[in-house]
Design a protein around this ligand. Structure first.
Ligand SMILES: Nc1ncnc2c1ncn2[C@@H]1O[C@H](COP(=O)(O)OP(=O)(O)OP(=O)(O)O)[C@@H](O)[C@H]1O
Ligand SMILES: [Mg+2]
Length: 269
């Protein structure tokens, strides 16, 4: 079955800024995909249209066999329950415990929000939260306040919270952009391991090509709101990098522009 079907999506902001310009692709259940592309190429916009947080100007999206359509609210709510999201900024509630943050992951499964408050949560829910914490290796930190964690720990807690949803799809928008290399690797190992053991479809936005090659099977590269290339990660090499990002590469692309600008200024003065 296809987990995601994107059909000729266009997204135009303010009737003139074209963020996505006719994107199409299909992703099979259990695939691990990395979305590549320079800043502003439309990656995050694409993620938001996948979950219906952004409505495409044209085109359609199907997730888990269902249309993603703001006109069908209940429908959309059901689909979103099956999509776990991970962000660069973690998105934890700072002033409550790790355990409480993980319990919040079950918000989509209870009738009333207080059923996820640690004071009222059922034994079954509490047990599941501890299992999710255990899976990310941080059960021993369950009572710690979320703002007293390192970045790597925060992201692992965010992953535990997402596991409470029992997701069929994981969308991770630059999950390691704020982390040092070691913490970043740990988070990538977790995401990939969890996706493999549960046959979850994993879609990640990443900027580091070596990491992309190691943890994804397939890439979809965006350039100026269009699909520039779509294929097996093994084809990613220096030529590909130059074609997609220019000579500067993904990290230096923007700063290189700045340094050229500075060089020109220096010459003209
Ligand atoms: N809410 C918005 N209103 C207007 N323009 C927007 C909005 N969101 C995004 N854009 C524009 O759409 C384009 C794509 O932005 P998007 O955030 O999807 O890029 P991205 O590939 O995720 O970039 P980055 O790597 O910097 O995160 C950009 O030109 C951006 O300025
Ligand atoms: Mg983005």
């Amino acid at each position: 079955m296809n987990a995601i079907e994107v059909n000729q999506i266009r997204k135009v902001y303010n009737q003139r800024d074209v963020a996505l310009n006719g994107i199409s692709f299909t992703i099979k259940t259990g695939e691990s995909i990395v979305i590549l592309g320079h800043n502003g190429s439309g990656k995050s916009t694409l993620f938001r249209t996948l979950t219906g947080f952004e409505e495409p100007t044209e085109g359609s999206v199907k997730l888990l066999g269902r249309g993603v359509d703001a006109g069908k609210r209940n429908h959309l709510r059901e689909t979103r329950k099956k999509v776990g999201m991970v962000f660069q900024a973690f998105g934890l509630v700072d002033n409550v415990s790790v355990f409480q943050n993980v319990l919040f992951g079950a918000l989509g499964q209870v009738k009333f929000a207080p059923a996820t408050y640690s004071l009222f949560a059922s034994d079954a829910l509490r047990e599941r939260a501890m299992e999710c914490l255990d899976r990310v290796g941080l059960a021993h930190l369950s009572e710690r306040r979320a703002d007293r964690l390192s970045g790597g720990q925060k992201q692992r807690i965010a992953i535990a919270r997402m596991l409470m949803q029992d997701p069929e799809i994981i969308l991770a928008d630059e999950p390691i952009a704020s982390l040092d290399p070691k913490a970043g690797r740990e988070v990538m190992e977790l995401l990939k391991g969890i996706a493999e053991e549960r046959n979850i479809t994993l879609l990640m936005i990443l900027h580091q090509l070596p990491i992309a090659k190691k943890y994804a099977d397939r890439f979809i590269a965006l350039k100026n709101g269009e699909v520039f290339a779509d294929g097996d990660v093994t084809v990613i090499d220096e030529n590909f990098e130059t074609a997609l990002f220019g000579n500067a590469g993904p990290e230096e692309a923007s700063s290189d522009e700045t340094s050229q600008h500075i060089e020109q200024e220096a010459k003209s003065s």
